[in-house]
Design a protein around this ligand. Sequence first.
Ligand SMILES: NC(=O)c1ccc[n+]([C@@H]2O[C@H](COP(=O)([O-])OP(=O)(O)OC[C@H]3O[C@@H](n4cnc5c(N)ncnc54)[C@H](OP(=O)(O)O)[C@@H]3O)[C@@H](O)[C@H]2O)c1
Length: 294
Amino acid sequence: MPALGFGTLIPDPALTITATRDALDAGFRHFDCAERYGNEREVGRALAAGLAAGGIARSEIFVTTKVWNTNHRPERVQPAFDASLGRLGLNYLDLYLIHTPFAFQPGDEQDPRDQDGNVVYDRGVTLLDTWQAMESLMDGGKCRAIGLSDIGLDELKAIYEAARIKPAAVQVESHPYLPEWELLEFCKEKGMVLLAFAPLGHGMKPGLLEDPVIAGVAARVGKTAAQVLLAWAVQRGTALLTTPRSAARARENFDISALPADALEEINRIQTRQRLNPVVTTGVPGFIPKAQGA
Ligand SMILES: NC(=O)c1ccc[n+]([C@@H]2O[C@H](COP(=O)([O-])OP(=O)(O)OC[C@H]3O[C@@H](n4cnc5c(N)ncnc54)[C@H](OP(=O)(O)O)[C@@H]3O)[C@@H](O)[C@H]2O)c1
């Protein structure tokens, strides 16, 4: 898996296409998608055009997508996988993730709610049931690796222990305000990739991009705050997902270089602790606008 990943959580379809093309042109070769983002078709179209224009082979890119909470029932996993593959216009996936450990009422409504507006969960399926259906996908040959997302260490350990095919990657929020050192250590020990989302703190301001320690390191090394945050993520041994939406930012975010050891240590000493995305508590994704059915 290329360490620098481009995340496709972009609500606007036209912007999805241009940003994906820009990322490919800037050098990104790892693309993170999800059926929940509602734009797999646009990503697939942008990738197909970009690969053809750049003479880039399918084998040179790494594509991930994720099964949504409403498809956790084992019999729904293969159809969800096939549907994603079809929308992306691909004949295999490099990585397929369980988007969150929360099973929602199965069906076409991605955000099922009761009359009071509460999420309708599906108590009739366990995460291990879903994982075993993911393992069966691997047997089918169109799925090269499987993993989990938005999961805590204890739940991950339980799946790891029970799994016939161990998770290859775990996608979670991680940045200097939420370093997840214990999870990272477990992943390294077991040969799993920790794939960090929100490496720039979702671009929120005030936030990581304006943190005085990050700004100080950036000024010292002659890089931008974003480049410092992405370099820190790679150097500590994670892969990452970032979502630049313009060509200039795609080039900026791809152009990272190693930070000196004292800068890494300084960033590691940041005391602020903050989780930005509430998806881990309910399975309901943050940062997906209502317009998409959230
Ligand atoms: N598993 C999950 O539940 C989950 C949850 C969230 C995200 N993800 C994945 O992670 C991907 C990354 O999303 P993220 O929000 O976490 O990414 P991020 O890179 O932390 O934040 C993206 C935000 O940062 C801004 N930005 C990007 N490059 C910048 C730069 N060089 N300087 C200043 N600002 C910059 C963007 O602003 P502009 O829009 O103005 O360019 C955007 O608002 C998503 O696309 C998705 O694939 C997964």
